[in-house]
Write a protein that binds this ligand. Structure first.
Ligand code: ATP
Ligand code: CA
Ligand code: CA
Length: 419
């Protein structure tokens, strides 16, 4: 299968940046002493300036010669990230080869609105995202509690961060970036991906139906089915989402998403008959047989005022199919790898609304991404401005408490307990 993204080769606008960050990472991971394990100290969480390193083209005592202009390199809290990589079972050698090994990174065509660049490593395991100064600040500020959180909850869904760095070339701007885990690193093809926030305003893909394919990031309003989980998984998922949201809320974070990737085991989306299953499938069945959200959820009670917003959305979802997912107790059952946390991968089935038709097995990949946005002045202004035009509850930019409540509420609705 064709790998996503465009290879960054010579002449690409980010070619030098890629070389710099490869040199930087190789230096950071490979330098003498970087392998010696030791306990973390409070000072390790302090992003001290002393981690700037000069990379002259001719090389230095500690850096290799290279072909781009001189640049400086900064490692933020390297000891903490070394511990985090260990916690997430990322072997230093594998990490270094994935990012710096022979061959180039691939650039994903700007998936977000923020203007960030996204690079994917050769092996698909890691995503490198350029971030704003404010996002680095947020990450460094939350690092002690992030560390505590991911240590305490091995099934946490929040983004796995493996490193934060900054490159400044002579005469150039500072470029800050994070290295994180790719949620969709899998031997299984991801047929559909959804970026879900629980808000409705502007939450559709800007692509028209025939352009939609597996690389399209679909959004809340594009979701026209529900994920069916066995009870124990449903409960476990909601508890973990709650814990993660409480953590993000405490850190004053908002605007994050649940990123969901769906793999159809019987590969129905590859079938010529049905190139766009999510949009074509409902039409295959008699409309009368189609589930309505009201039927599915009637016995659940919604009380918070933020629900009004989603109720309106649900009304607009006409035809629905049910996606039944029976997640295994452990991800290893599916993937055979022990490092994969159970929540990132699951297997199960998708059935027709009546439950009588054929059953489609699916695997789900998901996690909470884009967790470095605080409710800052820009977001407050965005809220104030958009509130003049649309229902304030439908806007993505709301304060972290409301955001977290609306997010959890949404997740409890798109996943359904299998009874
Ligand atoms: P915005 O702030 O406008 O939402 P952004 O530039 O901050 O955008 P993100 O929301 O972090 O970007 O990511 C944009 C898209 O990139 C996601 O919807 C998803 O498709 C992809 N993506 C981001 N992080 C990951 C990840 N860890 N694994 C897989 N895909 C990811
Ligand atoms: Ca986002
Ligand atoms: Ca963002």
């Amino acid at each position: 299968a064709k790998k996503p993204g465009q290879t960054i080769s010579k002449g690409h606008k980010n070619y030098d940046l890629m070389l710099n960050l490869q040199l930087g990472i190789r230096y950071s991971i490979g330098k003498p002493g970087s392998m010696q394990p030791r306990e973390l100290r409070p000072a390790d969480f302090d992003p001290m300036e002393k981690f700037w390193t000069r990379f002259p083209p001719e090389g230095s005592k500690i850096t290799p010669p290279h072909r781009s202009v001189e640049f400086r390199w900064k490692d933020y809290c390297p000891m903490v990230f070394r511990h985090l990589r260990k916690l997430f079972s990322v072997d230093p050698a594998v990490y270094m080869v994935a990012i710096c090994g022979n061959g180039a990174l691939r650039e994903l065509s700007s998936p977000g609105k923020s203007g960030s660049f996204f690079f994917l490593t050769q092996d698909d395991r890691f995503i490198i995202k350029t971030v704003k100064k404010s996002e680095v600040k947020v990450l460094i500020r939350m690092l002690p509690s992030y560390y505590r959180h991911v240590c305490q909850y091995e099934n946490s869904l929040v983004t796995r961060f493996y490193g934060v760095h900054c490159v400044k070339s002579n005469g150039g701007q500072k470029v800050r970036f994070i290295v994180m885990g790719n949620l969709f690193c899998s031997e299984y093809h991801i047929h559909r991906r959804f970026d879900l926030k629980g808000s409705s305003h502007g939450r559709t893909t800007d692509k028209v139906e025939r352009e939609i394919d597996e690389t399209t990031t679909l959004k809340d309003l594009d979701l026209n089915f529900v994920f069916h989980l066995q009870t124990s998984w449903y409960m476990e998922l909601l508890v973990q989402v709650k814990l993660d949201c409480e953590f993000l809320e405490k850190e004053g974070i908002m605007d994050y998403s649940l990123l969901v990737g769906v793999h159809f085991c019987d590969d129905i989306s590859a079938s010529k008959m049905c190139p766009s299953p999510f949009f074509a499938l409902p039409k295959l069945y008699d409309q009368k047989e189609t589930f309505k959200w009201g039927d599915i959820w009637s016995d659940l009670c919604f009380s918070s005022s933020t629900c009004q917003d989603m109720d309106q959305i649900l009304d607009t979802w006409k035809s629905l199919i049910r996606l039944g997912v029976n997640l295994p107790a452990r991800a290893e059952h599916i993937t055979g790898t022990e490092s994969e946390p159970p929540f990132l991968v699951g297997g199960g089935g998708m059935s027709t609304p009546t439950g009588s038709g054929k059953l489609h097995d699916v695997l789900l990949y998901f996690g909470i991404i884009d967790i470095l946005q605080g409710y800052d002045i820009t977001k407050k202004l965005e809220h104030a401005y958009k509130s003049l035009q649309v229902d304030p509850n439908s806007i993505s930019a709301v304060d972290p408490k409301l955001y977290s409540r609306r997010f959890q509420d949404f997740i409890s609705r798109i996943f359904m307990e299998d009874t």
